[in-house]
Design a protein around this ligand. Structure first.
Ligand SMILES: NC(=O)c1ccc[n+]([C@@H]2O[C@H](COP(=O)([O-])OP(=O)(O)OC[C@H]3O[C@@H](n4cnc5c(N)ncnc54)[C@H](OP(=O)(O)O)[C@@H]3O)[C@@H](O)[C@H]2O)c1
Length: 325
């Protein structure tokens, strides 16, 4: 396993991190069904820690809070050995106050996450989404209060546009608040939008980038076929909000991943993970699984390095035009 500092912070994280969004039994969003029970989660977490993964990603939204509960129990006494990141902001209940980034919700959500995880502190606490209604100053103050109370070590955002993040960072600087260390965003071989704006921002400012859905929700594993419906039991069979894909391009990518995989002795999905980990602007790549067997395959991505030629071949298939020339 390779490690890196998260943004310009001193926090050292594994380049491959685990998306605990799949732990627990239930639904995160309609059709996004999760099915990993506690004993299986215990095995998965033990295997990840043994494999060198030290960053575990969850949210109060995942599996209706059961992801946090299951992760907390699976970590047990080893919680102190790892970095736990959780999030708030997405709707988690019927009330108008059960979502967003108001001080009221952020503080309440954090306290509930700590309870579910069975821990006294979150290493990284993300604003899971931006909130157009709440003043950025209020959100920044709420996160700072959590840091001052010792409930949160590092603050972060997820899915924020560059312009809003730039304003937010300015506010944190003005009030001498703990700085935002990273933005967690979607990025994969077939989803490279962040290269237009967020990556240049990160390169200019040192803002960290943690990537989610690096296999495009499982598409890059190579298990979907042209002109065939998604196999039963796969994410795309039930979940329509999976990352939008240019299907012809995505299948061309999968063809290449399948060609390259035997050379490295791994699966096509592991080649996709390795490509993403090799991007210099990516601090950590947060992958998911739906069953234990996928874990061993995916972890192998940490042991390989794609040659420059192979990485460039993949790159060429989905390179995007820069926004400004
Ligand atoms: N901040 C955010 O807004 C946000 C959003 C999304 C995710 N996340 C985080 O990122 C994590 C990962 O997201 P993701 O699950 O979308 O990532 P992903 O790694 O792109 O997709 C994971 C899915 O791909 C399939 N898969 C994984 N390994 C496989 C293998 N070896 N062979 C075949 N299929 C395989 C599984 O789905 P099936 O077997 O069910 O097909 C698995 O659940 C989440 O758990 C969460 O922590 C954050």
């Amino acid at each position: 396993m390779r490690y890196t500092r998260l943004g310009t912070s001193g926090l050292v994280v594994s380049k491959l991190s685990f998306g605990a969004g799949s732990l627990g039994i239930g639904e995160t969003l309609p059709g996004l069904v999760k099915n990993i029970d506690q004993p299986t989660a215990n095995n998965i977490v033990a295997c990840l820690i043994d494999g060198g993964v030290n960053l575990f990603d969850t949210s109060n939204k995942y599996v209706e809070g059961k992801s946090e509960e299951t992760l907390g129990k699976a970590l047990g006494a080893r919680r102190k050995d790892v970095i736990v990141a959780s999030k708030c902001g997405l709707p988690v209940g019927p009330l108008i106050t059960d979502k967003g980034l108001s001080a009221r919700h952020v503080i309440e959500a954090c306290e509930k996450s700590l309870k579910r995880l069975g821990t006294d502190w979150l290493d990284v606490y993300y604003a899971h989404i931006f909130d157009k209604e709440t003043p950025l100053e209020e959100t920044a103050r709420a996160f700072e209060q959590l840091v001052q109370q010792g409930k949160v070590r590092y603050v972060a955002v997820s899915n924020w546009p560059a312009w809003m993040l730039a304003r937010y960072v300015g506010i944190q600087e003005r009030y001498n608040y703990t700085p935002t260390i990273c933005n967690q965003v979607y990025y994969s071989i077939v989803g490279r939008d962040i290269e237009r704006d967020l990556v240049p921002m990160a390169q200019a400012t040192g803002m960290g980038i943690v990537v989610y859905s690096p296999m495009a929700g499982g598409f890059l594993s190579g298990k979907y076929e042209r002109d065939k419906p998604p196999p039963p039991g796969t994410r795309r069979a039930t979940f329509t909000l999976a990352p939008k894909l240019d299907m012809e391009q995505a299948f061309r990518v999968v063809d290449l991943l399948k060609d390259l995989a035997p050379k490295y002795g791994v699966t096509p999905g592991a080649v996709a993970l390795a490509w993403t980990m090799q991007k210099p602007f990516v601090n950590s790549v947060t992958f998911g699984i739906s069953r234990e067997a996928q874990l061993t395959e995916n972890l192998k991505a940490a042991d390989i390095t794609l040659s420059n030629d192979d990485a460039a071949q993949i790159d060429k298939l989905t390179a995007i035009e820069p926004a400004l020339r």
